[in-house]
Design a protein around this ligand. Sequence first.
Ligand code: PDD
Length: 286
Amino acid sequence: MRTVYVNGEYLPETEARVSIFDRGFLMADGVYEVTSVLDGKLIDFDGHARRLERSLRALDMAMPVSEEELLAIHRELVARNGIDEGMVYLQVTRGAPGDRDFVFPDPDETPQTLVLFTQDKPGLADSPAAKKGIRIISIDDIRWGRRDIKTVQLLYPSMGKMMAKAAGVDDAWMVEDGLVTEGTSNNAYIVKGNRIITRGLSNDILHGITRAAVLRFAREAQMEVEERAFTIDEAKAADEAFITSASTFVMPVVEIDGVALGGGSPGKVAPRLREIYLEESRKAAI
Ligand code: PDD
């Protein structure tokens, strides 16, 4: 049984409790982070902690504990649960004011809720999907306008994954005004020759921590990076496509809306970026 963390306590998962009045539960008034674990160490912890602080600030919330304390909790959970490869999920909500009310509670009277748990995923880095590539469909992006805040409002991304499942494929890319925003739980890229194209940062997409690292490694490897939006038609005509996230790292996309890319197998760029990302991230893991 997993040991989880809730508001200062390490508990067996069956004994962990959050109030029914918690605003995360009633209003999706909370933010989250997913940090991957390789070799029992945290990948890009600083980036995730910084983004957490940014998400919280955008919603008028403070960090519930210091970054050092957060790191200590992550490490303690990884150790107690014996995680070699997997993830740490963290969620902060505006707490449980003891009743339902749209108005934010006074933070001095209502402490935030802080929950963390681990997910054990042996073989995460050596995933068979990364060798085969994944297939995606495009769907309308009907989410709200602050996708740069990592809130727990994940109903539409969940529905997107279900639409992909119903279509017999692996995932979906979302399209707004004719342009791809991002994947349901990842950032989206296409490759033309030596050039990697991905949407620029704005309120329209989550500022992926994996994205930042991968673009840095790509530039260091003398690849060209173009940060601009692209259409699904442009993606279907690309040499390669891929996604990035903390849970998939770099994952080749080999089919978009039924159109095979590169004959339906991963090309050169995405697998190479995955290799570099995993190697560099392992070196920098803490
Ligand atoms: N999802 N875009 C969206 C909408 C996401 O939900 C995520 C991450 C990303 C990639 O961000 P990062 O590289 O920092 O993981 C982009 C996480 C993994 C999740 O919801 O499980």
